[in-house]
Design a protein around this ligand. Structure first.
Ligand code: FAD
Length: 534
């Protein structure tokens, strides 16, 4: 039996974006709130992220000059992109919650002000897609302002995996998490327990009344009188579940999600009677294999082409990452393409112009890229084909066809360089974004389309592209208030889910930059309002 001190109004499982913002919103409403976090750091995959939030119609977008009417336009765009009526209610709740939540957070100085930056929507051919996009970002915060607590905020993926030095200022996901932590603590109603992992949900008379968890090796029972919010990410780091649900690839090593996201909350929800949806889906991204053999989220390719193991191009390489990721996934799934691995083939001119592996052209490529085999080099394309093991004729033909597109500027197969998103990487935007759209250095064009430059003289290079993801997106089925549902559609009282623990409101697509974290925040907020009886 739990003693009195182990009883809370709300228990939040997981401390990523949804967990932290949900916990803050609950504690700010006077609810005694406990966050349990499996790892010894808070932030989950959210900490790795840029924390872009796809939130149309919010105050920051209006401050940036995006028209008032954009909210309704965005609703139509979202409907069209997801194209699944069964998710319409979730979408409406998402959109409304985004506006309300950002207003609420901006009222607390701890959150500072969010800022809109123009990231073009990902389905540019749909009505309502815009080049200005609807993505907002949290305000950076100096590490010194976070104080001692800064050490418990999960580091960036670059620091964790590659030992990069951390900046003196938290940006993106780390800023969001750190700000939420400070705000949560200041409510005086919150408690955080690190190293405490949900194992089961406690049910009494069909209602969830608490959690069983393992804390410091001990089994504990923690009670929640008002509700339990599952915000424990997806199951991206659980190979067994990936295989069971057909979530390609069947390994957990290619994901960019946080290590602890092994689907514990999903399994606990299923054991409590919950229905599930979209379990074979993920927020797919292409991953560039690094010298340690693991892929890392890659987007914004500007030169060279990607070929699959048959030596054929199969996608617009600049396409929004989720669509490029799905193209790799689909080639694997229908066994026509064998797209993982694929190879990014480029010439010396591209390397000298763009650099490689996130480094500037002036920075020599570290030896480990070559010694590990993550990057291969050859004097001729024939030799390169041999080194990477793709048919020579097919590679030569793919390069020849691509080079033929340079003069006319049209990629007749995959339409590279024709959308505002693509243009962001090459400055060829055909329709205007807001003036500050200025993410990258313009590139010198060989022809009318700067994103189609010829593959010319050697030496040539090939890097490996695998199917990666930034989280799974299938999970527990919920209603618009984030209440977890049984197969008969009835809610399991006291149980809520958000983020990658819930089945995504966006179905199998990624409408715009910031949909995953937008979703985890929005449905955490919906859950808390329902718990608070608002
Ligand atoms: C490099 C990178 C950049 C990205 N950029 C963006 C972006 O700009 N915008 C965007 O929308 N998305 C972005 N994403 C994707 C996004 O970060 C994730 O999909 C999202 O953060 C998931 O949020 P979440 O709240 O569901 O889970 P998470 O943030 O992963 O949090 C889950 C937490 O639950 C904990 N947990 C797991 N199991 C248990 C358990 N049994 N008990 C207790 N705790 C548990 C975990 O340790 C973790 O702390 C990016 C991802 C990466 C890798």
């Amino acid at each position: 039996m739990a003693d009195k001190d182990e009883t809370y109004d709300v228990i939040v499982v997981g401390s990523g974006g949804g967990g932290m913002i949900g916990a803050y919103a609950a504690a700010a409403r006077g609810l005694r709130t406990l966050i349990i976090e499996k790892s010894d750091q808070i932030g989950g995959t959210t900490s790795y992220s840029g924390a872009g939030l796809w939130f149309p119609g919010t105050a920051p977008t209006k401050r940036a000059g995006v028209p008032e009417t954009d909210f309704e336009v965005a609703r139509g765009y979202l409907r069209a992109a997801v194209n699944d009526e069964s998710r319409a209610e979730l979408q409406d709740a998402y959109l409304a919650a985004g506006v309300e939540l950002i207003d609420e957070l901006e009222r607390n100085p701890r959150f500072g002000t969010f800022e809109h930056q123009p990231v073009p929507d990902y389905y540019h051919l749909l009505d309502g897609a815009t080049a200005h996009g609807r993505t907002i970002f949290p305000a950076p915060i100096p590490v010194a302002e976070v104080g001692d607590q800064a050490t418990i905020v999960r580091k960036s993926i670059y620091t964790e995996r590659y030992g990069h030095t951390e900046d003196e200022i938290f940006v993106g996901g780390r800023a969001l998490i750190a700000r939420a932590l400070l705000a949560f603590e200041e409510t005086g109603n919150g408690e955080l327990r690190l190293g405490t992992a949900l194992s089961d949900l406690v049910l009494e008379n069909g209602r969830v009344v608490g959690v069983d968890a393992v804390s410091g090796g001990e089994q504990v029972r923690l009670r929640a009188t008002r509700g339990v919010l599952l915000a424990a990410g997806g199951f991206e780091r659980n190979a067994e579940l990936r295989q069971k649900y057909g979530t390609l690839p069947g390994t957990a090593d290619w994901s960019d999600g946080a290590d602890a996201n092994t689907g514990d909350a999903l399994l606990a929800g299923i054991a409590a009677g919950a229905d599930t949806d979209l379990l074979d889906e993920a927020w797919y991204v292409p991953g560039l294999v690094q010298p340690d053999g693991k892929p890392l989220f890659q987007t914004g390719v500007r030169g060279g082409i990607w070929v699959n193991s048959k030596g054929n191009r199969f996608v617009n390489e600049v396409r929004p990452y989720d669509q490029a990721g799905h193209a790799i996934r689909d080639g694997e799934r229908d066994e026509t393409g064998s797209h993982a691995p694929s190879y990014w083939v480029f010439d010396q001119k591209t390397l000298s112009r763009d650099g490689f592996g996130g480094k500037s052209p002036e920075t020599p490529i570290a030896d480990e890229w070559f010694t590990s085999g993550a990057l291969k080099k050859a004097d001729t394309l024939e030799e390169l084909a041999d080194v990477i093991g793709v048919p020579v004729d097919a590679l030569l033909s793919s390069v020849k066809t691509f080079n033929e597109y340079v003069e006319g500027g049209v990629d007749e197969e995959y339409h590279r360089g024709e959308s505002a998103w693509d243009g962001m990487f090459g400055f060829i935007v055909g329709y205007p974004a807001l003036p500050e759209q200025n993410f990258v250095v313009p590139i010198e064009a060989e022809g009318p389309n700067p994103l189609i430059t010829s593959i010319g003289e050697g030496p040539y290079y090939a890097a490996t592209i695998l199917l990666s993801d930034i989280g799974t997106k299938g999970g527990l089925k919920t209603d618009a208030d984030a209440r977890v549902l049984r197969a008969d559609g009835s809610p399991i009282d006291g149980l809520y889910a958000t983020g990658n623990t819930m089945a995504a409101m966006s179905g199998g697509v990624y409408p715009g930059a910031g949909t995953p974290i937008g979703s985890t925040l929005a449905f955490a907020y919906q859950a808390v309002k329902d718990i608070a009886g608002e």
